[in-house]
Design a protein around this ligand. Structure first.
Ligand SMILES: [Zn+2]
Length: 427
């Protein structure tokens, strides 16, 4: 049993130092289980849920800043690149994820506050006497920007503060670790991905290297001007899985000033040959990282509500962070200041540093690069419009970019809006 005085000391620390969790997948559960219908009483976030996240347990866990993941799935590998070439619904779906996070925070505004900066996150938590959990967002994969850096910028304006460069699929920016698992070549960051990292740095979007391949990690760490995050990854040396971070990369993260947010997914932290994982396995991952690169680069990225039904034994849901902190404290005999770094100070520092890099780059122009594989297509009648200046249109367009637009007529049952017609009533 952990010494009771450390639990007491945790209670003191957490008054001024929030527990920060950098990855929680609750929004996707609201999508598939509720189709985003949270107005009705069937879903009560302030009462106990049987999943891994609710307000009662977030409070018990001392959480003061939560990054909710606005993840969307991707089509099959065969369809993926075709999808990048033509418009698809991924941006709509991601916007719905962003929207549900904001609506959830609005509905429970007595307990949560949407924040857009590191200072605001900490200030709100402390000034509310720990009553308000600060909430912000990450997007889990650049497939969700549909190849466009304009979308990256607009996600930032909506409050998204990190984007993972890949999910479990390559995209026009970078190679994913799943490609390595499949035995294929690790091409790392593409040239377009390079431009993308530049744009992240310029606007203050944090670069998240969870899910990416080893070479992508190394390529990014060589060029980024801001600290990186691994929003939910653990240590490869402890559990050799490509989702985890190898020691050579950990050493680069130390130089870079970034942070590894330890992932609780049992498969990524269990001992070789074991069927499940425990809280002690998680502690071992943390201790390994701390021993190798010190206390400035370790944080928490649980993956709750995105990890399958059960978390590691002893680390089942969002109420269990205090137990993890106390276990780490017991095992390392660290100073209170170091424990505070792990709880949340490191992540807040990295966020703040990314903001400062953006501030220093504020005179740079937006990156206008576009993906070389992009198919630009326009209706042929657009060529009747005047050119901006002589040669403007012909210098960027080729004949195969134009198509004959069909005229669509409404089907018989699609009539004009009529508020009196059944189906049009306001709910
Ligand atoms: Zn993930």
């Amino acid at each position: 049993m952990p010494a009771p005085d450390l639990h007491q000391q945790f209670k003191e620390l957490v008054k001024t130092t929030p527990v920060v969790d950098v990855h929680n997948d609750l929004p996707y559960q609201l999508r598939w289980q509720l189709h985003y219908e949270i107005n009705e009483d069937k879903f009560k976030f302030d009462e106990p849920l049987v999943s891994q996240t609710d307000l009662i347990r977030l409070r018990k866990g001392g959480v003061g800043l939560q990054f909710f993941s606005c993840w969307m799935d991707y089509p099959s590998a065969d369809e993926l690149y075709k999808d990048f070439e033509t418009p698809n619904s991924i941006v709509r779906d991601t916007l719905e994820q962003v929207d549900i996070v904001k609506r959830l925070v609005d509905k429970y505004s007595k307990c949560m506050k949407f924040v857009t900066s590191a200072d605001e996150a900490l200030k709100s938590y402390i000034e509310s006497d720990n009553k308000l959990i600060s909430v912000t967002m990450g997007v889990e994969g650049l497939h969700q920007v549909d190849t466009s850096l304009a979308v990256v910028r607009q996600y930032f304006d909506l409050g998204v503060r990190y984007i993972t460069l890949t999910h479990n699929c390559d995209n026009p920016f970078a190679t994913a670790c799943t490609t390595i698992i499949a035995g294929k070549e690790d091409k790392g960051l593409t040239l377009y991905g390079h431009e993308c990292v530049k744009e992240f740095n310029r606007i203050g979007m944090m670069v998240d290297l969870s899910h990416v391949s080893h070479k992508t990690m190394v390529d990014v760490l060589k060029i980024t001007k801001a600290p990186v995050i691994f929003s939910h990854s653990s240590a490869y040396t402890m559990t050799p899985h490509e989702r985890n971070v190898r020691d050579d990369v950990l050493l680069m993260v130390k130089e870079n000033g970034g942070v590894i947010c330890i992932n609780f997914v049992p498969n990524f932290i269990k001992k070789e040959g074991a069927t499940g994982a425990t809280i002690d396995d998680c502690v071992d991952h943390i201790v390994h990282i701390v021993n190798l690169i010190g206390w400035d680069h370790i944080a928490i990225g649980s993956d709750f509500d995105g990890m399958g039904a059960t978390g590691p034994e002893g680390l089942e849901d969002v109420s269990k962070y205090p137990d993890l902190v106390v276990k780490v404290w017991e095992k390392t005999k660290a100073s209170a200041d170091d424990i505070k770094k792990f709880m949340g100070i490191n992540m807040l520092r990295v966020w703040k540093e990314c903001e400062l890099v953006a501030e220093a780059l504020k005179n740079e122009l937006p990156v206008e690069a576009t993906w070389s594989g992009r198919k630009w297509r326009f209706p042929r009648y657009i060529t009747l419009c005047p050119e901006l200046f002589p040669g403007a249109a012909t210098s960027t367009s080729t004949p195969d970019m134009f198509y004959d637009a069909k005229r669509f007529n409404f089907k018989d049952d699609e009539v004009e809006y009529d508020p009196k017609r059944p189906g049009f009533e306001a709910k």
